[in-house]
Write a protein that binds this ligand. Structure first.
Ligand SMILES: Cc1cc2nc3c(=O)[nH]c(=O)nc-3n(C[C@H](O)[C@H](O)[C@H](O)COP(=O)(O)OP(=O)(O)OC[C@H]3O[C@@H](n4cnc5c(N)ncnc54)[C@H](O)[C@@H]3O)c2cc1C
Length: 456
């Protein structure tokens, strides 16, 4: 027997969960069909040791993630600030390992150059409408070059250029030659300014964490609407007509509704079959929106020994496989936790290595920056995302050259009874959890407006 609902939501990531909750609050009956055996999607918390959560997926929110702060408060998930006392350890362009103060003293001119380029990016990003980047006055020019090519033209010294690459890849999870300048400017504009995007403290995107891990957010959200969620239900085919949808899952489950919200990344949305087929422009778009490549690797120690040494646990390096790291300890737990990020090319290469080899290369990097104690972790956990069938890469979908201007308007525009969510379609903090909430609310509100408007 087919399930009946007002609205089928495809995917129980944050965006789908928020969409369903918004629909319920408006008196509609949602049904979420989730392919995996869990909710949360790109949010995933595991235990590195009993009682010690680590976020394999999303970990932080920033000061302007107002929807996420409100959600955490509503769900009763306490937050705590990211540990940030002490110096960052740098190693760039053959500099050897340098602590932050020494690095700043030695490269003050290069850092000033970098600051100049960031200010220029902010000025350009301010001209990009986040809901329609293709309408920016210079969209055609900016979409025709890659961010990397534009960076190369800014007359930066090698240290400044490398630092800019590392910071940008830390956000996009692909080399800057793979995204258009317009896409980078769109990303900056949806997040505010480069200072909010790149900084780890003082207003950056990574200031605050969740007690118990970020997984608490989707877990508690799902518990509130549990009877509206079906797990292990991969959607394979969406039949759509003027005012009805019929959604078919692997395993035979069928759901009928008046609308469907597809709350999955565009690449995965393009792998669903649609009957009748979607317009060619929408399909061409989803053929051109690849997800990035990122992995996180956690090393757990008996204590955060680097703190006593005046280090904050952050590394910025172009030498080892990880370009950045972070102190990911948990208040109330004595263990020290270092998280290493593998992003873009490093993720692609290292994900193909056997775990012992990957771990050995990362350990060597930690020892160089934190000292010999870094070679003796109590536990190691890493998480790869491109292997996961229902994610296929992260952090989000990025547009290469000429995608925004040729196809951008097909990203979030509903097609008849089919609406699109997922953070990749957001106009505020796209790619982040904040964006997932933004997109879920936007899609749900559009459906609510249609269904209360007599479009039945
Ligand atoms: C390693 C990593 C680190 C990150 N760090 C941060 C961070 O620190 N801060 C931050 O704000 N954001 C971060 N992000 C990004 C953040 O996780 C995402 O922006 C957000 O979780 C996306 O939510 P979503 O609902 O849009 O998509 P998803 O989480 O991708 O949800 C989509 C859901 O749809 C399901 N699905 C897929 N295909 C189908 C199908 N055919 N049928 C049914 N269901 C399907 C999936 O299983 C999934 O549950 C990170 C992401 C990763 C992976």
């Amino acid at each position: 027997m087919a399930h009946e609902a007002d609205v089928v939501v495809v995917g129980a990531g944050l965006s789908g969960l928020i969409a369903a909750r918004t629909l319920l609050a408006a008196g509609l009956r949602p049904l979420i069909l989730e392919a995996d055996n869990r909710v949360g999607g790109r949010i995933l918390t595991e235990e590195a040791l009993p009682g010690l959560p680590v976020d394999i997926g999303a970990q932080w929110i920033g000061d302007t993630h107002h929807r996420m702060f409100a959600l955490a408060e509503e769900l009763g998930v306490p937050t705590f600030p990211q540990y940030d006392d002490g110096e960052t350890s740098y190693e760039l362009d053959g500099s050897g390992v340098l602590r932050e103060n020494a690095f700043h003293a030695r490269f003050s001119g290069e850092l000033a150059e970098l600051e100049r380029v960031l200010r220029r990016l902010d000025e350009m990003a301010a001209e990009v409408p986040p809901a329609a980047p293709w309408l920016a006055p210079r969209a055609a020019d900016w979409d025709a070059v890659t961010a990397g090519a534009w960076y190369d033209e800014q007359g930066l010294s090698p240290v400044a250029r490398t630092l800019l690459e590392i910071c940008t890849v830390g956000i996009l999870a692909v080399p800057t030659v793979e995204v258009s300048l317009l896409h980078l400017l769109f990303t900056i504009q949806t997040c505010g300014v480069t200072a909010e995007l790149f900084a780890e403290s003082e207003g950056g995107a990574q200031t605050t964490r969740f007690v118990g891990g970020t997984g608490e957010i989707p877990r508690r959200l799902a518990a509130l609407i549990a009877e509206h969620i079906v797990l292990d239900a991969p959607v394979q085919l969406i039949g759509h007509g003027r005012d009805r949808v019929t959604v078919h899952c692997r395993g035979g489950l069928i759901a009928r509704a008046r609308r469907v919200i597809v709350a999955i990344s565009p690449t995965l949305a393009g792998r669903i079959m649609y009957d009748p087929p979607l317009p060619g422009r929408r399909d061409q778009l989803t053929q051109r929106l690849p997800n990035g490549s990122a992995m996180k690797a956690f090393f757990v120690y008996d204590e955060p020994f680097w703190r006593a040494d005046g280090l904050n646990g952050q590394i910025i390096s172009d030498v080892g496989p990880a370009r950045m790291s972070n102190d990911s300890g948990v208040p109330g737990d004595a263990h020290g936790v270092i998280l290493l990020f593998l992003e873009g090319e490093q993720a692609r290469v290292c994900s193909q290595l056997p775990e012992e080899q990957r771990r050995a290369a990362l350990t060597a990097e930690l020892v160089r920056h934190l000292g010999p104690r870094a070679a003796r972790p109590e536990a190691y956990v890493d998480g790869e995302w491109s292997e996961r069938q229902w994610t296929r890469g992260c952090y989000n979908a990025n547009c290469g050259p000429l995608v925004w201007t040729a196809y951008g308007s097909a990203l979030a525009a509903p097609i008849g009874v089919i609406h699109w969510a997922s953070t990749d379609t957001a106009t505020r903090w796209s790619a982040y959890m904040e964006g997932a909430v933004d997109a879920g609310e936007r899609a749900a509100n559009a459906v609510i407006a249609e269904l209360s408007d007599g479009h039945r």
